[in-house]
Design a protein around this ligand. Structure first.
Ligand code: CTP
Ligand code: ZN
Length: 154
């Protein structure tokens, strides 16, 4: 009997693979990366099988590495993501994203009355009070923010 091989997203030659993204969040990752029109090739896998996560999303960007600020933002919505740097088809670096204890300036506070949303803008700041699921607390107004809410705050 002929072996039926599973079709996977094709390997890339050079660039970055963001792996182990919770299923359904690949498009949020793309939003964070703001891929310029007509530049990098991007392949996306949504609801891919994963031995570790059941299902996962994956984003591959050719000829591009990530800025540390982008990695920090990805950590907020995909705390278990792995960032793989690919050179000449080989994984030359593999790094787990790391959620910091404090998040400064990356997202806005959902509380319209928060001083960080006033006319004179001050840089937002949140404490990470829990990492699983991600829970933040605004340094200024103490509003608690749940993981599902974070995607609306970029
Ligand atoms: N990858 C790719 N192109 C390459 C090499 C790897 O797109 N030229 C992708 C793989 O498909 C995988 C990720 O980069 O999704 C990491 O590759 P690798 O470390 O080989 O896979 P795993 O061992 O499964 O990684 P992990 O242990 O992090 O799950
Ligand atoms: Zn606030």
């Amino acid at each position: 009997m002929r072996k039926i091989r599973e079709l996977k997203v094709k390997p890339i030659k050079n660039g970055t693979v963001i792996d182990h993204i919770p299923a359904g969040r690949a498009l949020q990752v793309l939003k964070i990366l703001k891929i310029p029109e007509g530049k990098n090739k991007v392949t996306i896998g949504i609801n891919m099988e994963s031995s570790r996560m059941g299902i996962k999303d994956i984003v591959k960007i050719e000829n591009r590495e990530l800025h540390s600020e982008e990695v920090d933002q990805i950590a907020l919505i995909a705390p278990k993501a792995t960032i793989n740097i690919i050179r000449d088809y080989e994984v030359v670096k593999k790094e787990k994203v790391q959620l910091r204890d404090e998040i400064e300036g990356l997202i806005k506070c959902p509380n319209p009355n928060c001083i960080s949303n006033a006319d004179e803008p001050i840089k937002t700041k949140f404490y990470v009070v829990d990492k699983e699921p991600v829970t933040l607390r605004c340094y200024y107004c103490e509003r608690l923010i749940k993981e599902e809410e974070i995607k609306f705050l970029f």
